[in-house]
Each structure stands twice: as structure tokens, then as C-alpha cells.
Design a protein. Sequence first.
Length: 448
Amino acid sequence: MVVVFFFCWTILTKFTASRAIFGYSSFWKGKICIFLLSVECGLAQYTKLGYAGNTEPQFIIPSCIAIRESAKVGDQAQRRVMKGVDDLDFFIGDEAIDKPTYATKWPIRHGIVEDWDLMERFMEQVIFKYLRAEPEDHYFLMTEPPLNTPENREYLAEIMFESFNIPGLYIAVQAVLALAASWTSRQVGERTLTGIVIDSGDGVTHVIPVAEGYVIGSCIKHIPIAGRDITYFIQQLLREREVGIPPEQSLETAKAIKEKYCYICPDIVKEFAKYDGDPRKWIKQYTGINAINKTKFVIDVGYERFLGPEIFFHPEFANPDFMESISDVVDEVIQNCPIDVRRPLYKNVVLSGGSTMFRDFGRRLQRDLKRVVDARLRLSEELSGGRIKPKPVEVQVITHHMQRYAVWFGGSMLASTPEFFQVCHTKKDYEEYGPSICRHNPVFGVMS
């Protein structure tokens, strides 16, 4: 698990087209810009940069830094001079990966910042080189993984207030921002910060319960199935059937097929019969270019279209060590939560991340989850001999067009409200009370 940073900066002149979405008022005229910094948990190891008020980040770069490591040999004065030069001689993102003579470092691993000095240098280039921003003129919003430690919050506060001299900082939880992003869906009648967030990216899937803006940390569950596993599974299926794919391009081809052709089917048995009955209608053709000899290769894409993402609901297809479907995991998470929030959680299951973008993912999850809940209610009635008739439970899975960058968009949306300034910790507060003020942040987000 690796932490990913987003940066976002508000440009007031670009808000005109988004007023209907964000609902801000004349409060914004002449006010200071906001700078959003988000910390997101996942295995994708990418940093997303952009501007608050926009729907997507403007830059996406690898979260790595390349530094020059030299042996400590020679005159002490010379070493001091070289150290000063080395402090400026580093690269981040794609530039870091393209520097074979430099040592590539990943400041964050498994959700923990391992090297705060490298993290500070990484953020320095992101702010000044990519966004060309003056941090003293911008407020920051940072997001964190659900189980981030208070000490990490303090370290981040020290860097942002002391090294970059920012005027204000707010640290938000990713799942809360994903819930806020779901307010753009037509399915949402009431804006609420209570719900289940299914966050699935390239490397990992998390099921996170949130009650009134606070994460129920003891009930979070991790699913070892995500976008990368689907790609590997499709690659395996293609290897067994197609011989025309260049070996060095098999993974790239599988990923392209996943993104272009895959979908969630309602019934896998009926789907097999559908393909067997009319293969010309359902089998697609993918055309690729051999990277070595530049010739074309064409492959048929059949069962892979629905078998790939099916591992969310039948994980045993790809991982024999994990047998629990995503609908069962969601149900288990909700059942582990306090009884008074279970019904609101079932009513607001929110999807977040690129791996939830498959067609009909939300519809299939809602159907399967509803079946699990109804089966439990019937069993309860049977065990009571018919004396107890449980009240039906409403199950709703929220899908919306901002799922891919849900955390980003939620932060962009909430940071575009006047209330954001009121909940930020200011530089004055930091100087008076120290970094401990950032151990806790007030919940906000229900916009007027």
C-alpha cells in the first residue's frame, strides 16, 4: 500500500462553468486562491496535480524521486560543497524514472512516509516546478488514508507551515471526499456523509464505512482484487488461446482490452450461452502493432470481456486464496458496524476509483447485495416461526460520472465552498498551539 499525493490549486477565473456544480456565491470575488494537496492510499504510486474547481487533475506523475548518491570521499570542505549541489540535483515523476544514473527512491511505502526529507523535496518540485505556485498565497487541503496516524499529520503540518509557509491547512479523509463526490449523482436525494465507500484502483480495493463524516476504522476491510489483478487474469486467458501476441506486449495488450471491451455481466452462465449462440455479434477484434517489427497483429476478444471483471464477484477464478465476493465483503463490513447506522450504510454504497468504472458494476453489486440482505431477513423470519417480520432494508449503490477521480473531485468541490476557510487550521493557530492542532480536523461538507 503506497500513499499518493494530489495537488490542486483554485483559479477563480475558471469557476464560471462550474457554478451549477459547486454552488458557490459572491463570497469568492477577490478572495485568495485555494491550493489542494491530497494524500491518497493505494498501490498505483502516482501523484495527481491540478486545480480546485476542475473535475480532473491536470498532471499525473509517478510518486518517486531520483537523487544522486555519491561516496563520501575527499576533503571535508569539498564534501560540504558537493552536498549543497546534490540537494538541488534531483528529479521527480517521469523524469526520475528516466534517470538511470540516479538512485530512484519512493518516499512512501505501505501507506507510511518513510523519508520525510525526500517527501519534502518531492513536494517542493511539485509546487514550484509543475504548478509554478507560491505556497504563501494558497490554502492547502490534504487527504489521508483512513488509518493514518496522528504523528503523520503533525509531520505534514510541520512541513507545510514551516518549510512552505502556507496560510492554512485542512486534512480530509479520502472516503469522506468520495462520499461528497457522489452528490453529483441523480440517485442521491439527500446529501449525507454516511455511507460505504468502495475504493478500487489498480492495486488494491478497500471497503470503508463512514458515519456522519467519521470513518469507522475498526470495520474497514481490504480486498486483494483490483485493476491489476483483472489485467493479469485477462493476460493469462489470452496466453492460453492467442499465439499472435508478442510476449513483451502481452500485459499492455491485456490492459488495453480491459479498458476498451470489458464489462460486468448479470449471469455468467447465460453470458457464455450468449457468446456461443451468436459469436459474430459479441466477439470483438483488437488490433495492435508489434513494437519490434511494426507489423499488425489481430486477436479475437471473446469470453475475456466479461470473465476479467467477474473476479470481483468470483475471486476464486484468479486467486484461490480468497473466496469472498465483493458483495459479501460489503455486507460483512456493514454488519460489523453499530446497529443504528447499518440501514443508512446499505442505502448509500458509493463507488470510487477507476476499477469501479466497468459497465453495470453498480447494478450487479446492488442486485447481489440485495440478495444477501433479503436472504438474512427471510432466515430471521423463519427462525422466529413467522412471529417476527423484519422491515425491508433498502439497498442502493451510487454510481456517477466522477467515479474515476472521486476523491479528487470531492476535495475540489468542498474546497470551493466558503466554509472551507472556516475549518482550515491557520498559520496563526500553528504558531500558537503547534502541530498538534492538525491531529483533528472538523467535519464539514454539507453545502448550502
